[in-house]
Design a protein around this ligand. Structure first.
Ligand SMILES: *[C@@H]1O[C@H](CO)[C@@H](O)[C@H](O)[C@H]1NC(C)=O
Ligand SMILES: *[C@@H]1O[C@H](CO)[C@@H](O)[C@H](O)[C@H]1NC(C)=O
Ligand SMILES: *[C@@H]1O[C@H](CO)[C@@H](O)[C@H](O)[C@H]1NC(C)=O
Ligand SMILES: *[C@@H]1O[C@H](CO)[C@@H](O)[C@H](O)[C@H]1NC(C)=O
Ligand SMILES: [Cu+2]
Length: 169
């Protein structure tokens, strides 16, 4: 009976710890790193495509769009609108820079700037957001030490199991 209670307590602690650690270690990415959110150089219109290379985005991560208010904006749009740089009726629009956008659902996310011509010149970003631990932190992102978080959770649960066994076996 007491063993059962201890095990339950251990389980509760582990679950709480893992949820706290997950929310604590979500990564924040500055879109475009030092370049920020702007019209890319004409010889590099794929700039934001390249920026997403080797990055994995997970639910809870945050995109920080760094731009001067009134010079650019950020609109989340549909895939069709993204492809056509259609700035009519965006899903949501952020007009004040810098803008922090929390990635709170999985799937594709599409962002464009609605200022005249900017999207067509390459100021557009599409990313896929997954569940699970984020990988490959790169310069400009806050590392996401999910593996050390899981290790910590495993350690905590091991400690509780040991205590329970020592006391009741
Ligand atoms: C693009 O052009 C700029 C000058 O406008 C130059 O400084 C930069 O090195 C060029 N980048 C590439 C990848 O060619
Ligand atoms: C992405 O990773 C591949 C393989 O690890 C590497 O060849 C490539 O240079 C990386 N790209 C960037 C932009 O870091
Ligand atoms: C842009 O999207 C709107 C709907 O959001 C649509 O009515 C309009 O026809 C589209 N414009 C173009 C040029 O595709
Ligand atoms: C997701 O984030 C947007 C803003 O970034 C917010 O309006 C929305 O309520 C959030 N949805 C959930 C389920 O948290
Ligand atoms: Cu713009």
């Amino acid at each position: 009976m007491a063993m059962k209670i201890i095990s339950m307590a251990a389980l509760v602690v582990v679950v709480l710890a893992s949820s706290v650690l997950q929310s604590t270690y979500a990564a924040t990415y500055t879109v475009g790193d030092a370049t920020g959110w702007t019209v890319p150089n004409p010889n590099n219109t794929e700039f934001y495509d390249d920026w997403t290379d080797n990055k994995t985005f997970v639910v809870g991560d945050v995109l920080e769009f760094s731009f001067t208010t009134g010079r650019h904006d950020v609109a989340e749009v549909t895939e069709t609108a993204y492809d056509n740089c259609n700035t009519t009726n965006p899903i949501v629009r952020y007009t004040t820079g810098p803008a922090s956008v929390a990635l709170n659902r999985t799937g594709e996310h599409y962002f464009i700037c609605t200022f005249d011509g900017h999207c067509s010149l390459g100021q557009k970003l599409s990313i896929e957001v997954r569940t699970g631990p984020s990988t490959a932190p790169t310069p400009g992102s806050t590392p996401n030490p999910s593996s050390s978080a899981s290790a910590l959770v495993a350690t905590i649960s091991l400690v509780f199991m040991s205590i329970a066994l020592a006391l009741f076996c």
